[in-house]
Design a protein around this ligand. Structure first.
Ligand code: FRU
Length: 494
């Protein structure tokens, strides 16, 4: 039975979507159907298609009572909107259907697990927020909330843990057929912990253990966990709130964290050995993964961040897009990310230059565009002193430019979007450190009208930022302080 609240949202989005011109949207990044989008939810492969749900407030370009928007795709690049899947229409989720995940049940139903939010008035007039975990099953379009919701509540938490900060369940099925779920929670010490729950059938859930504890090392509350095995290692992805920068890591306030370590399938024991950010740019948060039918682990994130999303666009009718889906692997104990290989099918009009010497500013015939896939391979010039700085500037005209620069002596890669159409005084630059002392660097830069994603040295680090630059600004130029040898290959994407 579809509720009145969900019917209204479905009717509204269908009309409102028509007011947004396709040319003003990203082409191969999923953007919100109308209104506001945050986290990716329920990322899964079901009945021949990828399903991606998202935190959704259709009625305005800002966060409001959360619904689940819904889209499907065959290649993770061309997305088709489906009607909103969930609305806040039950007593236990009346103040929002927060983030969650999905999997496919043996009987062919699609199972969603999400956080139901309910604000409860205390006798003194103030409010308490209760976050509980809830289920819905469906056929890929329509979903029915489970009659026994909520299935996990404050009563299932270890002593002293907060029932107000208990959210974002990520569910999966183990090789033995049983189910597991990780969820973010606030521990008695006021910082995050990731809880692990188990179930025999996906409906009846029990607390198993605390999988990882923060002790305030990485921010405070931990949101949006995901846990999986990758290249023989256990990987726990988390989006921590209120992070403190450490060197060149964790500068985003609301940041991303990847813990890698040993995981024992039998006992669910996870001992992490290393930590790193997932993305080193400005706009990336709340990521979630799924497995493709051919076994690739794919990550997608909200291409925004709570610290920088005061980008309220006067007169705009949509705000929010997802990152490019990325293929994950572990190399030398680190998480690597590559743009999904399906992107190669969108490439056309290859333009290539080899052995270009960049000195001062250089433009190259045919190298321009706002929906492109461009790879640069840089090195110093033999017999010359190592260069001081290299920069590629794009989305450029007399008024605008965005740049990626590299200073090999310091090993610093910087994204700078000061002149990218933002009317807000938010952070517009971010740096990350790589080992580049010999002047060698590989950059794969993907532009889709209103975003840039840079994969550095075959995906060792990724920097993501959204841009608001006028679509007309499509020039690209290269700059060097010193001499740089550069190979460049560029494709248009459509
Ligand atoms: C992360 C988050 C989640 C929550 C959702 C609410 O961005 O805060 O923890 O479920 O957004 O929209």
């Amino acid at each position: 039975m579809t509720s009145q609240t969900l019917r209204e949202a479905r009717k509204y989005e269908e009309t409102a979507e028509k007011r947004i011109a396709k040319k003003d949207r990203p082409l191969f990044h999923l953007s919100v159907r109308t209104g506001w989008m945050n986290d990716p939810n329920g990322f899964s492969f079901y009945e021949g298609k990828y399903h991606l749900f998202y935190q959704y407030y259709p009625y305005d370009c800002k966060w409001g009572p959360m619904h689940w928007g819904h889209a499907v795709s065959c290649d993770l690049l061309h997305w088709e909107y489906l009607p909103a899947a969930l609305a806040p229409d039950e007593p236990y989720d009346k103040d929002g259907c927060f983030s969650g995940s999905a999997l496919v049940l043996e009987d062919g139903r699609h199972l969603l697990m999400y956080t139901g939010v309910q604000r409860v008035k205390r006798p003194d007039g103030t409010y308490d927020e209760l976050q509980t975990q809830c289920l819905a099953t469906g056929d890929g379009t329509d979903y029915e909330k489970y009659e026994k919701n909520p299935v996990l509540t404050g009563a299932d938490l270890p002593a002293g843990s907060s029932p107000s900060d208990f959210r974002d369940p990520k569910i999966w099925r183990k090789p033995d057929g049983t189910f597991r779920c990780v969820a973010g929670n606030m521990a008695p010490d006021g910082s995050g912990q990731i809880l692990l729950f188990r179930s025999a059938d996906g409906f009846d859930w029990q607390f198993e253990k605390v999988l990882a504890e923060n002790h305030s090392r990485f921010g405070k509350m931990w949101e949006c966990p995901d846990f999986f095995l990758l290249d023989g290692k256990g990987v726990l992805l988390i989006s921590p709130q209120d992070m403190l920068p450490q060197g060149f890591e964790y500068h985003n306030g609301n940041g991303t964290l990847c813990l890698i370590g040993d995981y024992e399938e039998e006992t669910d024991a996870f001992a992490w050995e290393s930590d790193q950010a997932i993305d080193y740019g400005i706009d990336f948060y709340a990521s979630q993964t799924t497995l493709t039918p051919d076994g690739r682990r794919i990550l997608i994130g909200w291409m925004q961040n709570w610290d920088t999303c005061s980008t309220y666009n006067p007169g705009g009718s949509w705000l929010g897009q997802m990152s490019l889906p990325r293929e994950l692997s572990i190399r030398n104990g680190r998480l690597y990310q590559a743009p999904i290989r399906e992107l190669e099918a969108l490439r056309h009009d290859r333009v290539e230059y080899r052995d270009v010497t960049v000195e001062d500013t250089v433009s190259l015939e045919g190298i321009q565009g706002r929906r492109i896939d461009m790879e640069l391979v840089l090195s110093g010039v033999d017999g010359q002193e190592l260069y001081q700085k290299f920069a590629v500037r794009f989305a450029q005209n007399d008024q605008y430019r965005t740049s990626i620069s590299f200073r090999p002596r310091e090993g610093i890669v910087k994204v700078d979007r000061k002149f990218s159409g933002s009317r807000r005084a938010i952070i517009h630059q971010r740096r990350c450190q790589i080992d580049g002392a010999d002047g060698r660097l590989k950059l794969r830069i993907i532009l889709d009208l209103c975003s840039v994603e840079v994969f550095i040295n075959d995906g060792e680090k990724v920097m993501t930022a959204i841009t608001y630059t006028d679509p007309e600004a499509d020039k690209i130029s290269f700059f060097a302080d010193g001499k740089v040898r550069m190979d460049v290959v560029k494709y248009d994407l459509s």
